[in-house]
Design a protein around this ligand. Structure first.
Ligand SMILES: CC(C)(COP(=O)(O)OP(=O)(O)OC[C@H]1O[C@@H](n2cnc3c(N)ncnc32)[C@H](O)[C@@H]1OP(=O)(O)O)[C@@H](O)C(=O)NCCC(=O)NCCSC(=O)C[C@H](O)C(=O)O
Ligand SMILES: [Mg+2]
Length: 292
C-alpha cells in the first residue's frame, strides 16, 4: 500500500504543547523526537510524554514515528524499549553508520517482543553512512532489521564533513543522489532532511521543490508553518494526474493491446510510462484519502 509521506513534522518530545498540537496539524506524519531537540536533563520527561501521547491516540491517519537517541549514548536502550512498547508506526534511529547498528536495534526490538508492524528508518547523517548507503539499504533484506527507509540528515553531515549548508545545496547533491539510488535499489523510502530557516518561505519552497525533483518521497519539517507548502509541492499537480489517466487509458485501448510504444499528443509513450502513471494515480488517491 502506498502511503503519502510528503510532510513529516519533528517535534521535541519534551514539548507537551507541540505533542498536543500534532493531533490537528495537516502533516502526513509526525516524528516525536528524543534526540537533538531534547536537552539531556529532559530525556526521561520526553520519553514519558511520548509514551503517554501515543497511548492517548488521536493522531488520525498521521503516521507516528519516534526518533531515539543514537547508539553511542546512554539513552538509546530506554528509548528503544519505550518505543517498542508504545507501538508507533516506526522508530527513526539517528547516526546509523553500520549494518551492526541496524542489527543492534533489531535485536533489542526482538528482545522486548516489539510488534512486528513497527518499522525502522535510519538517519543517514554521517560520512560513513553515506559512503555505505548501499550496504545499509541491503540490510533491509534481513527482516530482523525491519529497515524500511532512510531520512537524510544535512545538519549532522555538515557538522562532520564541514560541507557548508548553502542555498541550492550544490555540495550535498552527490551525497543525496547516492542515498536515493541506494534506497531505490532496495525498494526503500527516503525523506529529505529539515530546513532550519523556517521564517524563509521562499528558500523553503525552493528546497522542497529541489528535494522532490531529486527523488525524495517527502521532507522532514521542524515547524508547523512549513506543512502546507510542503504538502502542495509534494502533491502531484492536477495536470500530471490528468496526463497519467490519459496514458493509462491509451494503453487500455484495444488497438494498443499488443504495442509497447504509442504516439500520444505527438510524443512517444511506453509501457514504463504507464507504470509511472499508475504510481502517480496511487499516490494522488492516497493523498486524497488523507483528507489534507
Ligand atoms: C524551531 C522552534 C524551536 C521554534 O519554536 P517557537 O519559537 O516556539 O515557534 P512558534 O512560536 O512559531 O510556534 C507557533 C506554534 O506552533 C507550535 N510549534 C512550534 N514548533 C512545533 C513543532 N515542531 N511541532 C508542533 N508544534 C510546534 C508552538 O508550540 C506554537 O503553538 P501555540 O502555542 O499554539 O501558538 C520549534 O518550532 C521546534 O522546536 N521545532 C522542532 C525542532 C526539532 O524537532 N528539531 C529536531 C529535528 S531536526 C534535526 O534534528 C536535524 C537532523 O538530525 C540533521 O542532522 O539534519
Ligand atoms: Mg542529525
Amino acid at each position: 500500500m502506498i502511503r503519502p509521506r510528503r510532510s513529516l513534522l519533528f517535534m521535541p518530545g519534551s514539548n507537551a504543547r507541540a505533542l498536543e498540537k500534532a493531533r490537528n496539524l495537516p502533516a502526513d506524519g509526525i516524528i516525536l523526537d528524543l534526540e537533538d531537540s531534547v536537552a539531556p536533563d529532559a530525556k526521561a520527561l520526553a520519553r514519558d510524554q511520548i509514551a503517554q501521547a501515543i497511548a492517548a491516540k488521536g493522531f488520525g491517519k498521521r503516521e507516528v514515528w519516534i526518533r531515539t537517541n543514537s547508539l553511542d549514548t546512554s539513552w538509546w536502550i530506554d528509548d528503544v524499549t519505550m518505543a517498542g512498547q508504545a507501538r508507533p508506526d516506526g522508530i527513526l534511529v539517528p547516526k546509523v553508520s553500520s549494518v551492526a547498528d541496524l542489527n543492534t536495534i533489531g535485536d533489542r526490538l526482538a528482545a522486548i517482543g516489539a510488534d512486528s508492524s513497527i518499522k525502522v528508518w535510519a538517519m543517514i547523517e554521517t560520512a560513513r553512512a553515506v559512503l555505505d548507503a548501499d550496504k545499509l539499504a541491503a540490510a533491509s533484506r534481513d527482516p530482523k532489521t525491519r529497515l524500511a527507509g532512510f531520512v537524510f540528515g544535512p545538519n549532522d553531515i555538515a557538522r562532520e564533513t564541514r560541507i557548508r549548508m548553502l542555498p541550492g545545496r550544490a555540495a550535498m547533491i552527490p551525497m543525496i543522489t547516492h542515498c536515493i539510488l541506494a534506497t531505490r535499489a532496495h525498494g526503500l523510502e527516503i525523506l529529505d532532511g529539515p530546513y532550519s530557516d523556517f521564517s524563509n518561505v521562499d528558500g523553503f519552497g525552493q528546497e522542497c521543490a529541489q528535494g522532490r525533483d531529486l527523488g525524495f518521497d517527502g521532507k522532514t519539517l521542524i515547524h508547523p508553518g512549513q506543512i502546507e507548502a510542503c504538502n502542495v509541492i509534494f502533491t502531484p499537480p492536477a495536470e500530471e494526474i490528468a496526463q497519467a489517466r490519459k496514458i493509462i487509458a491509451a494503453f487500455e485501448q484495444p488497438e494498443n493491446a499488443s504495442r509497447g510504444a504509442i504516439r500520444l499528443d505527438g510524443q512517444m509513450v511506453e509501457r514504463l510510462h504507464a507504470d509511472m502513471a499508475r504510481r502517480t494515480i496511487a499516490i494522488a488517491d492516497a493523498i486524497a484519502a488523507m483528507g489534507n
